[in-house]
Structure formats: structure tokens, C-alpha cells
Design a protein around this ligand. Structure first.
Ligand SMILES: [Zn+2]
Ligand SMILES: [Zn+2]
Length: 289
């Protein structure tokens, strides 16, 4: 068998674990690596999706569990949900899409996003009920936009590809409609890495705008992104959408950085023992509001 034919039949090794792929697939990732990506486990803040330590794991009277940060501040979005922790295979898969242009990864990530927003379906139904039978417009699915030069460079907006894939997955209980043009990024922003929360907010101020406010007025919105890191981007986008008249905004991402998890893994292998010793201020700081 010639080398060329061989490479056609066995196109590539898995881009995550390096093992040869047994089946021909458009996605250069083996089934084991995909199967190894799990949803977030443990107790999460119902509002922002951060993992909460057991001292704060009690539910409030409204049935929601709030982290120390969400107890203190009002978020411009109702709830933020994520499928998995931004690490390991999931992080690799997102990078393959974003930085290596491996578009078939969007399909797998879209399935995960659809899984994540399933948790919000009861709220979507409640919102549809509240709007009443004469206002049954679909929920707008709005991807966090890229600045136009960056989008041109990459050739696509990963958040939009993931949202499109997610919309194809589930039999939708409440109708959803992709609306990629409504929210725009009006200037390029520097990387948020290494900035304080105050600097991050300044960095993003005025970076997003709603182009056609009439289309978002009175509407319910799911804001979609690949990763929720500090929440500054989601917060700023939600704020702009609400100011343009959006009725409610939810946030759904494929992945989320779980700061408490990584921060405490080193110092407190037994979380239940140790978290009673940690003051709320330290927790708030760790959550990096
Ligand atoms: Zn693999
Ligand atoms: Zn929270």
C-alpha cells in the first residue's frame, strides 16, 4: 500500500492523546478522548455556575444556591450554566476549534452546550408562560461576537458555530432562534489575562453594542460563548443587551473555569474539612469577582 493511500484511509492520530484513530472521522479526536469529557460535578452556584464549598452549599429559600459573590452582587443575567470544567480534553477540544480551525469540533461542543442549557428549559418555559399566549416569540440565541478583524483572521466565530450546532441537537421544548447579528463587538480588546477585575471591566467597557435594539426589546435571550472565565465578558454583554431592552438574559457556555477547585486543590485536599476555616472574604477573592 502506498504512503498516500495509507494516509487517506488512516487520516490522522488523535490530536488529544496521540493514539492512531481506528475509524475515519472528520474530527481528529478519538472516541475515548471525547467520552472522557464529563459534565461538571459537585455543588454549583445556581447563578454564576462557580463551584461552591460546602459551607455555602445550602439552598436559599427560593431554592437557589448562591456563592459568596452572588450573595453580594446583582448579575445582569439570570443564570449562567456551563457543561464542563475548562481543563483537560474539553480545553483541548475548544483550542482545536478556536486556534487550529478544526471545525468538526463544533458539533461535539454544540452537543455539550445543548446539554448545559437543558438545565434552563424549565425557566425558558416559565418565561414563555409569563409572556403569555400572544407573545410566543422564540428565545434569541446570541453568540458573544468577535471583533471583525479577528473574525476575518479566524474565518469564523467559534461561539456562533457552537450555538448553531447546539440548536440542531435537541427537540426544543421552547423555540429558539439564532440571532448572530444583533450584538456586535465595536472595538478590539486586549487579553484579559493578568488584569484585576476592575481593569477587566474597564477593558471591556463600550466594547459591545446592540445594532438593532428593536429586535431585542422585550425578548428573552440566551447568550452563548465557548468559555466562561472571569464572567466579565458575559456580564458586559448581558448588561448591553438588557440596556437595549432584553427582558431576560441567560448565559450558556461549553466550559467554565472553576477557580475554587483549582485554588483549593493544593491547600485543601479535604474540602469539607477545610472550608470551614476559610473566611467569606477569602472565598470572594478566590472567586475573583
Ligand atoms: Zn484520543
Ligand atoms: Zn455565583
Amino acid at each position: 500500500m502506498s504512503e498516500g493511500l495509507f494516509s487517506v484511509l488512516f487520516p490522522s492520530d488523535c490530536r488529544i492523546c496521540g493514539e492512531p484513530q481506528l475509524n475515519i472521522s472528520r474530527l481528529p479526536v478519538c472516541p475515548d478522548c471525547v467520552a472522557g469529557i464529563h459534565p461538571v460535578r459537585g455543588k454549583m452556584c445556581s447563578i454564576c455556575g462557580e463551584r461552591v464549598l460546602s459551607a455555602y452549599a445550602e439552598m436559599d429559600s427560593d431554592g437557589l444556591r448562591r456563592c459568596p459573590v452572588c450573595r453580594r452582587i446583582d448579575r445582569p443575567y439570570g443564570r449562567a450554566v456551563a457543561y464542563g470544567s475548562y481543563e483537560g480534553g474539553l480545553r483541548e477540544l475548544i483550542h482545536l476549534l478556536k486556534y487550529n480551525g478544526v471545525r468538526p469540533a463544533a458539533k461535539v461542543l454544540g452537543r455539550m452546550l445543548a446539554d448545559a442549557w437543558t438545565a434552563l428549559e424549565p425557566e425558558f418555559e416559565q418565561a414563555a408562560f409569563e409572556r403569555g399566549m400572544f407573545d410566543q416569540q422564540p428565545i434569541l440565541v446570541i453568540p458573544v461576537p468577535l471583533y471583525k478583524s479577528r473574525r476575518r483572521e479566524r474565518g469564523f466565530n467559534q461561539a456562533e458555530l457552537i450555538a448553531r450546532a447546539a440548536l440542531k441537537v435537541h427537540p426544543l421544548r421552547v423555540q429558539k432562534q439564532l440571532a448572530p447579528e444583533i450584538l456586535q463587538r465595536t472595538r478590539d480588546t486586549h487579553s484579559q489575562i493578568g488584569l484585576t477585575s476592575h481593569q477587566r471591566r474597564l477593558n471591556l467597557r463600550g466594547a459591545f453594542a446592540v445594532t438593532r435594539a428593536a429586535e431585542v426589546t422585550g425578548r428573552d435571550v440566551i447568550l452563548v460563548d465557548d468559555v466562561y472565565t472571569t464572567g466579565t465578558t458575559a456580564t458586559e454583554c448581558a448588561r448591553v443587551l438588557r440596556r437595549a431592552g432584553a427582558r431576560r438574559v441567560w448565559v450558556a457556555t461549553v466550559a467554565r473555569t472553576l477557580k475554587l477547585a483549582t485554588q483549593y486543590a493544593d491547600i485543601a485536599p479535604d474540602l469539607d474539612e477545610a472550608d470551614n476555616l476559610v473566611s467569606e472574604d477569602v472565598l470572594a477573592k478566590a472567586a475573583g469577582s
